[in-house]
Design a protein around this ligand. Structure first.
Ligand code: HEM
Length: 503
């Protein structure tokens, strides 16, 4: 009897909750209609994020298709919903420029979830907000000057040599083809791990690839993980009350331990090293450069740089090698440039020679145009904003979403948008294009802080590779590329399998 009564009450409670939830959704789905701007019809419960559930195509392709459909209708902007949350989807480059730069103080935050109490390492530069972000960003910027980056070039050379030894062994042992993503991930785990956390990761020789795998897990989002992040993003207070973490406990514990161990060892042995971690340690000890950093701040900053740089750089390296293997003439042209430029530097790849590799830069830019590693720019409105020239006020709390891939493949800005053509970035074409038509590193005060480091490490690795090897695609690589339905960085389905041949 008691059991029956309990079931009865429980069912009524559940039904009431369901009715309330549906009513909330219905009310929220009127939002953009009331604002009188174009919108895409949403469905309960995922709003316009249906593909996240079905995973028929990648999120990148889904947003690009949305962009193309809306652009074809001549829309400058549009309303969509992520779950029940109204999201402002921007297409027009002038509106975008206002949001990212001119009126940045209305859009300071990215609206990503972090939980300082239960998961302090997840509160890194990418995720933190408001004044805390402003303070940390200012401090972190001081460690990215040209002189400091030049001081880290030696780390890149050491990691590059490890990569070269690894490929030499592959060739000698006939272990080919090889998945370029594995080489790229090992290289960037080593370079970014070594420079941001100060440890020798040795991903090429470490058979269980402990460090690299933990790095991958930090960004891994299966369907469950993705829903957890979305829940945190749209219901942050409830998520924090429930102790929801951004990163799995095992992964954040691993990185917390790694960073603190290195800090302790350096202090005990009085060792200093030319890397980001050392600069952060100095900043923590010496508060002249701003308010003192706490230990949690130091760990989160160091980890955030690693997370920001690891998969983005690995993806860039992999896709760039794919395009060069596919276009042998372009590969040869980059190789010739590397030979010509390094000849002036005693045949060495130096920090100074990188800026002269202008055609290689065009090739990377074209790779980032077609496959930007971070494919969206996200902001959240932090104070009500009247959109210039429109009868529209974006209210505080509204998410803002921009598809970088959509913009990069827009035929209004690129004459053959689907083709890999580095001439899109020759001086003439670059000059004639609106600046916001190419934003692989985002834009404005929240632009990628690691852009210069990323470019430096990728160009040095590519120079090393092309001077020594010819790269060709193995049969098992899909041409044209197909993207996995992963949510963040683009990943080629089936991998990018290549052969290296010594020159
Ligand atoms: C090489 C390829 C890379 C690409 C394409 C890339 C792209 C991006 C993009 C699009 C953003 C968001 C910008 C915005 O919202 O306007 C970002 C932010 C960020 N990136 Fe990168 N990134 C790369 C490498 C790196 C590296 C090597 C590091 C660290 C050493 C790094 C650290 C960060 C951090 C910490 C942020 C957050 C900045 C903030 O909110 O203040 N990134 N990146």
């Amino acid at each position: 009897m008691i059991v029956l009564s309990f079931i009865g009450h429980f069912s009524v409670g559940l039904l009431t909750l369901l009715v309330l939830l549906i009513a909330y959704y219905k009310w929220s789905f009127l939002y953009w209609k009331k604002k009188n701007i174009p919108y895409i019809e949403p469905t309960i419960p995922f709003g316009n994020l249906m593909n996240m559930v079905t995973r028929k195509i990648s999120r990148i392709e889904e947003l690009t298709m949305l962009y193309n459909n809306l652009k074809a209708k001549g829309y400058k902007h549009c309303g969509i919903w992520q779950l029940a949350a109204p999201t402002y989807f921007v297409l027009d480059l002038d509106l975008l420029k206002n949001i990212l730069i001119k009126d940045f103080d209305h859009f300071v935050d990215r609206g990503f979830y972090c939980n300082e109490k239960d998961d302090p390492i997840g509160c890194h530069l990418f995720a933190i907000e408001g004044d805390r972000w402003k303070k940390m960003r200012k401090q972190a910027s001081t460690i990215f000057t040209a002189t400091k980056l030049k001081g880290m070039f030696q780390i890149l050379q050491e990691c590059g040599n490890n990569m070269q030894n690894y490929i030499d062994n592959l060739i000698e042992n006939g272990d080919q083809p090889v998945n370029m993503k594995d080489i790229a991930s090992s290289f960037t785990a080593d370079t970014v791990g070594s420079s941001t956390m100060g440890i020798k990761c040795r991903s090429f020789t470490d058979t269980d690839k402990n460090f690299m795998n933990h790095g991958r897990q930090a960004l891994e989002t299966d369907r469950k993980g993705q829903l957890r992040l979305l829940f945190g993003q749209f219901f942050p207070n409830l998520a924090r009350k429930l102790g929801l973490r951004q990163i799995k406990r095992e992964v954040s514990d691993f990185f917390y331990r790694v960073i603190l161990d290195t800090v302790d060892k350096r202090k005990k042995n009085n060792v200093e090293r030319n890397d980001f971690l050392q600069l952060l340690m100095n900043m923590k000890e010496n508060s002249n450069s701003g308010p003192p950093l706490s230990t949690d701040d130091l760990v989160a900053l160091s980890f955030g740089l690693f997370i920001g740089g690891f998969e983005t750089s690995a993806s860039s390296f992999t896709f760039c090698v794919y395009y060069l293997a596919l276009h042998q003439d372009i590969q040869e042209k980059v190789r010739e440039e590397v030979k010509r430029v390094t000849a002036k530097y005693n045949n060495e790849i130096t920090y100074d020679c990188l800026s002269e590799l202008t055609y290689m830069q065009q090739v990377f830019d074209e790779t980032w145009r077609l496959n930007p590693p971070a494919h969206t720019v996200n902001r959240v409105c932090t104070k009500d904003y009247k959109v210039p020239g429109e009868d529209l006020v974006i209210e505080k709390g509204t998410q803002v979403l921009v598809t970088i891939t959509g913009i990069h493949q827009d035929k209004e800005y690129y004459h053959n948008p689907k083709e890999f053509d580095p001439e899109h970035f020759n001086a003439e074409n670059s000059k004639n294009r609106p600046p916001f038509a190419f934003i692989p590193f985002g834009a404005g005060p929240r632009i990628c802080i690691g852009e210069r480091f990323g470019k430096m490490s990728l160009k040095s690795a590519m120079a090393l590779l092309l001077r020594r090897y010819r790269v060709t695609l193995a049969k098992r690589t899909l041409v044209p590329l197909k993207l996995c339905p992963t949510p963040f960085v683009p990943v080629a389905e089936g991998g990018v399998w290549v052969h290296f041949q010594k020159l």
